[in-house]
Design a protein around this ligand. Structure first.
Ligand code: ADP
Ligand code: ZN
Length: 700
């Protein structure tokens, strides 16, 4: 509905009502317009909104805003009236042949409308396909052959006229997993823990088929749809229906249409990214979260929710199963399996005939790299190219070089607004800050002493260039967020990678997620050391996930895959564990360590962040928070800080943080619930930007 708000009007959603009010009736205002005559959210949808607001200690209005597609937020109705045109009863008798001679445009329009039948066509659609249709329509209306009228927008039709593809016969592990999943249509959380290429998607597909055949809907959450067109086309081909898609790459209209189709039940399968967790479902039967470990399921600003965690809460409320899939599950989910609260379904080997890739280390101290590539890696690339394989070079750093240094005075180009270095981008001849987005032209002389500067270290652009010199005949495709900014660029790049036209792929983690490149036989990890000495307690978990995910792109079909990892620290025990024990051993050891050090999943965290133009303001605010929290009578609560954030200054603001930790979730939430109103009303809050992050995944 639309309501007067101050001098303006705002769009609101009614979430409750009352017959009395403490406010005098003269002061109450009427709403000015009801936009939808039926509720937009069901009771269950509203439950999720309230739960999210409570759990993340975030204002409910912002949760509603996050849940609504932007057109509804702007006041569009969920079921907008559209203008349509259709043939009348007399149209059948019209002499189209003679009309085609006298008035060809009219004849064309009449034929199109005859084909469309009594439902007629949307005028927006006609305008697109036949720009001047209105002039022709005028004549036909006068003859009484067609008529225009107002109607509800068409519902989504997800039927495809193709026969679904036949499924492969599942192997024993897949069958066992599927059998467990089929035991119940009620709530249960299932962790499908399968090595890369083990056929997790096949298991989803068969379970999806059951659910859809029972006439229920399924919601599939994926990290990033733009990156996984392969999954979408596989769903389409195998299930024989058109999934409704919900992600940020769509137009507002397309998103609203998909949302409406999910709410009405017209779409049986909904595939979306993070925010799709809020999509209303008429008749839900299953939720799947693919690549459960991926950080993009956690929103990192504003309402800091985890779509994975909300998926579990929502499934419980709806009493339906939820499947979480990953080759590198988070320790939180693994611990739930150990406790027996979630069911652990394991696929230990690759499906079909594919074998796991072999991992090897290259010591870059003994084999120094030139422009990022050591001799042994270059030699291996050559061999794989010669034998018809495809190569992926992985590097988690875009741009040409992470540092620009003066060869005379040693000055390093830094960002004025952040505590960070500027990255050299050679293609665009710019220096850019990857934290605040600032750009400067790239100069060849030092801003301090005027001597020659040189780029230090390497990013994807430099690796691409250096491989171009070494392998001039091979088509090289760089895939990172710079190279894929143009519309369609990602699509083309992925097609080249899948078809094998691109022989060498250079990219960031964009390339490591869920892709299936049939020809890929070698993965080279250029600099794996960044994660070895991280300060975050999740550093090694995350590092193992990233190495295993990118390695998992190699050798997914007949030909075996190889992985070469360049490191200056081959003796680091992390490597031994990863190579001999795999993710299983890494996660077992990490869990044991976390239990001793009392980090999640053995405790719960909430992070209070503040940012201000003056460092003292940022700290002062958190000191107030710290004092309030310290008064909470609880033995299990630990308060750490306030301290500077790991990057103390970003985009011109000083940042600080306060960590609250408890072995007991209820305690933590009780403290946060008391803290929030106190902080909101504190005058110090006006000088800072602050936020509460429940279950933070990044501690900065
Ligand atoms: P994941 O989702 O675990 O990465 P996929 O489901 O994509 O694995 O399977 C990897 C490859 O193995 C795909 O090409 C898939 O078609 C194939 N595959 C999966 N299960 C089987 C099976 N039971 N028999 C033969 N091939 C299979
Ligand atoms: Zn910056």
């Amino acid at each position: 509905m639309r309501v007067p708000f101050g001098r303006r009007e705002q769009v609101g959603v009614i979430i409750g009502h009352s017959i009395e009010s403490d406010i005098p009736s003269a002061k109450l205002k009427r709403c000015s317009e009801i936009l939808d005559d039926a509720p937009v959210f069901s009771e269950d949808d509203l439950w999720l909104i309230r739960f999210t607001s409570d759990y993340y200690h975030h204002p409910i209005g912002e949760v509603v805003a996050a849940a609504l597609p932007s057109l509804l937020r702007q006041g569009r109705s969920l079921h907008p009236k559209v203008e349509k045109v259709a043939v009348t009863n007399q149209a059948e008798q019209a002499d189209i042949e003679s009309m085609a001679r006298r008035a060809p445009r009219q004849a064309e329009l009449l034929e199109t409308l005859l084909d469309a039948g009594s439902n007629g066509l949307d005028t927006d659609f006609l305008t697109e396909s036949m720009p001047n249709w209105r002039r022709a329509a005028k004549g036909l209306i006068e003859k009484g052959l067609i008529a225009s009228f107002e109607a509800r927008a068409d519902d989504f039709d997800d039927a495809l006229s193709v026969e679904p593809q036949v499924a492969p016969t599942l192997n024993e592990d897949q069958q066992a997993a599927l059998a467990t999943l089929r035991c119940s249509d009620q709530f249960g959380t299932y962790l499908l823990d399968g090595v890369t290429g083990s056929g997790k998607t096949e298991v989803y597909l068969q379970r999806l088929q059951d659910i859809l055949e029972n006439g229920r809907q399924a919601l599939v959450l994926v990290p990033e749809i733009g990156l996984t067109p392969q999954l979408v086309s596989r769903l389409r081909a195998r299930l024989g229906l058109e999934p409704a898609l919900l992600h940020s790459g769509l137009s507002d209209i397309a998103r609203l249409t998909a949302w409406r189709a999910a709410a009405s039940g017209a779409a049986r399968l909904i595939v979306g990214t993070r925010s799709a967790i809020f999509t209303p479902l008429k008749n839900p039967g299953l939720i799947i979260v693919d690549e459960e470990h991926d950080h993009s399921f956690k929103q990192q600003e504003g309402l800091r929710y985890s779509a994975r965690d909300l998926a579990i809460a929502r499934a419980k409320r709806l009493d339906i199963p939820v499947i979480l899939g990953s080759a590198t599950p988070t320790l939180e989910m693994l611990q739930h399996c150990r406790n027996g609260t979630y069911q652990h379904l394991v696929l230990p080997v690759r499906a079909g005939r594919a074998v796991p890739p072999k991992l090897r280390l290259i010591d870059t101290v003994r084999n120094p790299a030139t422009d990022g590539i050591s001799e042994p890696l270059a030699e291996l690339i050559r061999r794989h190219l010669e034998s018809g394989g495809q190569v992926l070079i992985f590097l988690n750093r875009r741009g040409f070089a992470p540092t620009l240094i003066c060869s005379a005075c040693g000055h390093i180009a830094g960002c004025d607004r952040c505590d960070s270095r500027l990255t050299v981008h050679a293609r665009s001849k710019q220096l850019r800050c990857h934290h605040c987005g600032v750009c400067r032209p790239l100069n060849e002389s030092c801003e301090e002493c005027g001597e020659v500067v040189r780029p230090l270290g390497e990013g994807t652009e430099r690796i691409e260039e250096s491989l171009g010199h070494r392998f001039p005949d091979a088509v090289i495709s760089r895939i990172d967020s710079d190279s894929t900014q143009l519309k369609g660029a990602m699509h083309t790049a992925l097609e080249d990678a899948t078809s094998g036209r691109a022989r060498i792929l250079v990219g960031t983690q964009m390339l490591s997620k869920g892709h299936h490149f049939p020809n890929l036989t070698l993965v080279g990890i250029v600099n794996a050391d960044q994660g070895l000495f991280g300060t975050d307690f999740r550093s090694s978990e995350r590092m193992a996930q990233s190495v295993i995910q990118v390695s998992g792109r190699a050798g997914r079909e007949e030909r075996a895959g190889e992985v070469l990892i360049q490191t200056a620290f081959p003796e680091n025990p992390f490597w031994e564990t990863l190579i001999t024990g795999g993710y299983r051993q890494i996660s077992d050891e990490a869990l044991a360590e976390r239990e001793i050090t009392r980090w999640p999943p053995f405790t719960r965290l909430a992070l209070l962040r503040s940012a201000a133009h003056r460092q003292s303001d940022a700290h002062h605010f958190l000191e107030i928070a710290q004092r309030h929290a310290a008064q909470a009578p609880s033995e299990s609560l630990r308060i750490l800080g306030p301290v500077d954030a790991p990057m103390a200054r970003k985009a011109g603001r000083y940042r600080a943080q306060l960590l609250l930790q408890s072995s007991d979730r209820a305690t933590l939430h009780r403290v946060l619930a008391q803290l929030r109103p106190l902080l909101e009303n504190d005058p110090a809050a006006r000088r800072v930007r602050w936020s509460i992050d429940v279950d933070p995944v990044e501690l900065f």
